[in-house]
Ligand binder design. Structure first.
Ligand code: SF4
Length: 319
């Protein structure tokens, strides 16, 4: 069952130079109890797509078209008051830097109790029991003791676990994890990814994982959507994607994963366009090694290349 569907999302920014489009007909869907990885270089639109779901956008941003269906209801029609009931309680954000969500002046317990009070209307010993359960669920050792700690007494990985505990304490159905491990050591990265995977399996929580690192998603995602310059260029189940990647941009990303030992490590020439640059045709064409005649003036549609696998590349036209 699809718990979240983003359909034809178009978004832009009002700038000094006029309106600049940043998202072009973005489509992706998250199944209940699954992980969808939204992958791409920084600036490709993955984070702004995620923030659109929570309607936490800068004032200059404007959604011009599209739907964001959460359990079949379009969040874009929700009032700010209705969104208060969604954010944190049903869709929670795990940010790159946990300190943007933790208050340094309050203990972890106080912060957990606050969200439990707001979202579950529990107080006193009942709320304290929930707070302890949440911290235990994210595998923080000596959880009862650690509840009394302040955020600065936690390591980076433990802070990220505390944020995940807050989302679990609210029984959030979707976790949006925006580059959740970028600020962490490699071993801690693996632990946090394992924790997200365990939560998905045990609680049936759905995870939208935003990352620039395709190496991170291999074992951690069920579905992959690759974004480039404001468009989803390839979408496939994870196994299918890694076995049969199709889009030249996806292939270039895969060839630039450092862990593929023994293989020639490639870089992608050039830079992705900014939202101020107009690119005709396929938005990847200035950097694409396979660019041919139709690519410069025509926008490639999503070609179905296998079951549940689409790729927006003209190379599939003759197949
Ligand atoms: S449509 Fe053309 S330019 Fe775009 S990725 Fe495919 S081959 Fe490259």
């Amino acid at each position: 069952m699809k718990i979240l569907e983003v359909n034809n999302l178009n978004l832009g920014f009002k700038t000094e130079n006029g309106f600049c489009q940043a998202l072009y007909d973005v489509n992706f869907a998250l199944e209940k109890g699954k992980t969808l990885a939204l992958v791409g270089e920084s600036g490709c639109g993955k984070s702004i797509s995620a923030m659109s779901i929570l309607k936490l956008l800068p004032k200059t941003a404007q959604i011009t078209k599209g739907q964001i269906l959460f359990k079949k209801q379009d969040l874009l029609t929700f009032s700010e008051k209705q969104m208060h009931g969604i954010r944190g309680a049903q869709i929670a954000l795990i940010p790159q830097d946990p300190m943007t969500s933790l208050n340094p002046l309050y203990t972890i317990e106080n912060q957990l109790l606050e969200v439990i009070k707001i979202h579950q209307n529990l107080h006193g010993s009942e709320a304290k029991k929930k707070a302890l359960e949440a911290l235990e669920m994210v595998q923080i050792p000596c959880a009862a003791e650690r509840l009394k700690a302040y955020p600065h007494e936690f390591s980076g990985g433990m802070k990220q676990r505390a944020i995940i505990a807050m989302a679990l304490a609210c029984h959030a159905e979707i976790l949006i994890a925006d580059e959740p491990t970028t600020a962490l050591d490699v071993t801690i990265q693996a632990q946090i990814m394992k924790l997200l995977s365990d939560i998905k399996t045990q609680l049936g929580t759905s995870v939208l994982l935003i990352t620039h690192d395709l190496g991170l998603v291999g074992e951690n995602a069920d579905e992959i959507a690759v974004m480039y310059a404001g468009r989803v260029v390839e979408n496939a189940p994870s196994k299918e994607f890694f076995e049969h990647p199709n889009h030249p941009y996806s292939l270039a990303l895969l060839n630039s994963i450092p862990s593929n030992r023994g293989k020639h490590l490639e870089t992608i020439q050039g830079q992705p366009p900014t939202i101020h640059q107009h690119i005709s045709g396929c938005r990847f064409h200035p950097r694409c090694k396979c660019c041919f005649e139709p690519c410069t003036n025509n926008i490639p549609p999503n070609f179905v290349v296998a079951e549940n696998h689409t790729s927006a590349c003209f190379l599939n036209e003759s197949l």
